[in-house]
Design a binder for this molecule. Structure first.
Ligand SMILES: NC(=O)c1ccc[n+]([C@@H]2O[C@H](COP(=O)([O-])OP(=O)(O)OC[C@H]3O[C@@H](n4cnc5c(N)ncnc54)[C@H](OP(=O)(O)O)[C@@H]3O)[C@@H](O)[C@H]2O)c1
Length: 266
């Protein structure tokens, strides 16, 4: 039985990964900045450690004695710095295998201008984070996943609050169900360190407008879609498919299935 620390174990991906690791019989330690809510049910085989990768508080304790770290914590910025803190603590704790999640196309989105960095700096940040993991001296595995349906739903929901919905003209996405990503993470956690492994993406590559239109239809909303061209080399690359992986279309669920399926603990 291995002891697996899951950073971001309260997040969209991390919750699913924690569930799979626990069900496979390994011991799960979840890192969160917040203690469990009073009265929240305690799952056998799951411990919660309170710590913050931004400040380092509680991280040495969280990594002590673990065999594997599934690094699912992250945010829109500071990913690289959070990962440096994690890696530094892990090295002192005996060099566990780190399995980290990145984004499809992290190395295929060019950053030639301020516009590229402003609009799509996330991809450069994830690439820098990958580098931290790769150069950490820890045994490592990195899985690149495309956008989760949850993210597309959040974006489509926010955009469709307005009667006129802007969509970024020509940008290609291939979103994936988080279950598929979590399944792959669970396999990698059980396996040997494998370096950069094949990407994971959903069954359909399409323009952003297609996903937004499906969303509006399923939600029964009528909105005008206005395609907006985005400038810059990064947008150009994304329109050419840089953040898609058609050869790795392994996601089982379609976007419309996701939208029409009752959500709940899975
Ligand atoms: N969402 C996507 O479409 C997508 C696609 C490809 C790759 N990814 C990558 O997958 C990973 C997980 O994404 P997600 O969408 O599941 O994230 P999420 O739902 O936003 O959850 C983020 C997690 O990070 C934790 N976290 C944030 N800041 C932290 C800090 N300073 N210290 C400790 N923990 C911290 C949060 O824990 P607490 O709030 O409990 O502290 C939370 O569990 C990220 O690395 C992301 O870049 C995401």
């Amino acid at each position: 039985m291995a002891l697996v620390l899951i950073t971001g174990g309260t997040g969209t991906l991390g919750r699913q990964v924690a569930d799979r690791v626990r069900r496979s019989g390994d011991e799960v330690r979840i890192l969160s900045r917040h203690p469990a809510k009073p009265g929240a049910p305690r799952e056998p085989g799951v411990q919660r450690f309170v710590g913050d990768l931004a400040t380092g508080r509680g991280i040495a304790e969280a990594v002590t004695g673990v065999d594997v770290i599934a690094h699912c914590a992250g945010g829109p910025k500071d990913d690289e710095a959070l990962t440096r803190t994690l890696v530094a603590a892990a090295k002192k704790a005996g060099a566990p295998h780190i399995v980290s999640v990145s984004v499809v196309g992290a190395d295929r989105v060019p950053m030639r201008s301020r516009i590229d960095r402003t609009l799509f700096g996330y991809f450069a940040m994830k690439l820098a984070t990958e580098r931290v993991v790769r150069q950490s001296g820890l045994p490592w595995t990195v899985l690149r996943a495309s956008q989760f349906f949850e993210l597309i739903e959040t974006v489509a929901g926010a955009l469709s609050k307005s009667p006129v919905v802007p969509t970024f003209r020509g940008l290609k996405f291939q979103p994936v169900d988080v279950q598929t990503v979590a399944d792959r993470m669970a396999e990698l956690i059980r396996g040997e360190p494998a370096g950069l492994v094949p990407e994971v993406a959903g069954p359909v590559v399409a323009d952003m407008a297609v996903f937004v239109r499906d969303y509006l239809q399923v939600k029964g909303k009528r909105r005008a879609l206005v395609p907006i061209p985005l400038p810059g080399a990064a947008a150009h690359a994304i329109a050419a498919g840089a953040i898609t992986a058609p050869d790795q279309a392994v996601g089982r669920q379609t976007w419309v299935e996701y939208l029409t399926t009752a959500r709940g603990p899975r």
